[in-house]
Design a protein around this ligand. Structure first.
Ligand SMILES: Cc1ncc(COP(=O)(O)O)c(C=O)c1O
Length: 400
């Protein structure tokens, strides 16, 4: 097969849908009007598809921190953390993250994706075993591939399946278990207390990726491990800055002092430029806000309830999970894309999950909530859901 044929087949697949409206996977936001409103294809659209869970992307303190950092340090670092790319503010952010988590060590990466690549890639080699939840994010799957480790997937959110897989491994192998706090498509939470027990019983290290749960779960916003009372029993906590913290970057915190050796060992850390100054200082500002304003999280959860109750009342099939991610189960691919396009035309953006992001007839519209959604945003969004759902018969079909 010609090298380009793979790309041509993708083009053919998407071409069929582009006639009708917005193109799946290629939404262009022309203007950002606020944390919850954008302009797409010339019209104002409510944003219910971002990971801006606490609504901090346009917070004045966050913007001002970014502005000042650009003036003080310039637009970029132009180098790796191991060369000229470590500024005092990178070290300050690491200290602040370690302090927030109550852990001894923190290391900051250029993206959340690279955090997983770096930590898993730095820890594991050919003689080790990595056990991952079968619903793991691509960054976790990709991270395992560069290790040459044995990779074992266990059933999604099943401590029993993990236990069985661990029990089958020969004694003496190094084992790393990797799970997420909150899963980004299904919006369901890992049973971390049980997973911790299984890891302890089998002498396995545990890494929890709190990408979507950092800022949204736990009394102080540290994520699902904090919410489930097991923060001190997780070996490595990974987080990203690209969701509640309104920036870009990733972090791993741990009480294992060996973590700091990733500075020399992790290829996705060594061979890439460090986070830009504006980004680093805006994330520091976002952390200060998250720490002093727990009411943002309360507002987020109030909004989640309004959205979930509203969608249920309208007859949409939504999954039975309580999280800022509200998956609307729409099934068939063509119908899901049509619904997604009509919602945008009517002024509402949600995320579209179609194959290869899900099985063929298990398509999903992934709505997500923000603390910045006002009651007016929520009621306007539900009105649009009502109108479009009725027009396309989706609510009836999904329930039948
Ligand atoms: C579980 C998980 N880990 C890692 C990442 C990557 O994070 P980033 O986008 O900050 O690189 C994501 C992104 O959505 C994620 O959902």
């Amino acid at each position: 097969m010609d090298l380009l044929e793979k790309l041509r087949s993708v083009e053919r697949r998407t071409a069929a849908f582009t006639e009708a409206g917005a193109m799946p996977g290629f939404t262009v936001i022309d203007r950002v009007v606020g944390p919850c409103e954008v302009v797409i294809r010339g019209r104002r659209v409510l944003m219910f598809g971002s990971n801006n869970y606490l609504g901090l992307t346009l917070h004045p303190e966050v913007i001002e921190a970014a502005r000042q950092a650009v003036v003080e340090y310039g637009a970029g670092t132009t180098g790796s953390r191991t060369a000229n790319g470590t500024l005092g503010i990178h070290k300050a952010l690491e200290r602040e993250l370690a302090d927030w988590f109550g852990k001894q060590h923190a290391i900051v990466f250029s993206t959340g994706y690279q955090a997983n690549l770096s930590v898993i890639g730095g820890l594991c080699g050919p003689s080790d075993v990595i056990l991952i939840d079968s619903d793991s994010h691509a960054s976790i799957y990709d991270a395992t591939r560069q290790t040459a480790s044995q990779v074992v997937a266990f059933r999604h959110n099943s401590p029993d399946s993990l236990r069985r897989k661990l029990a089958r491994l020969p004694a003496g192998r190094n084992k790393l278990v990797v799970v997420e706090g909150l899963y980004s498509i299904r919006g369901d939470v890992a049973p971390l207390a049980d997973i911790v027990d299984v890891c302890r019983a089998h002498d396995a290290y545990l890494l929890v990726d709190e990408a979507h749960s950092l800022g949204t779960y736990g009394v102080t916003g540290l994520g699902c491990a904090e919410a489930q009372g097991v923060l001190d029993q997780v070996d490595f906590l990974v987080g990203t800055f690209s969701k509640s913290l309104a920036g870009i970057g990733g972090v791993c915190v741990s009480d294992h002092s060996e973590l700091t050796a990733l500075h020399y060992l992790a290829r996705a850390y060594v061979f890439t430029a460090s986070g830009s100054p504006s980004n680093i200082d805006s994330v520091r500002a976002a952390i200060r806000i998250v720490r002093r304003q727990p009411e943002l999280r309360d507002q987020l959860w109030t909004n989640i309830r309004v959205l979930r109750d509203g969608l249920r009342e309208l007859g949409y099939a939504i999954s039975d999970t309580d999280s800022p991610i509200v998956p609307i189960l729409t099934g068939d691919e063509a119908r899901t894309i049509k619904l997604w396009q009509r919602l945008i035309t009517e002024g509402l953006y949600v995320n579209l999950i179609v194959p290869p992001g899900c099985p063929q007839d298990a398509c999903v519209l992934r709505a997500s909530c923000s603390a910045a959604h006002s009651p007016e945003h929520l009621s306007r969004a539900l009105d649009i859901f009502a109108r479009v759902g009725a027009e396309l018969g989706v609510t009836r079909v999904a329930l039948s």
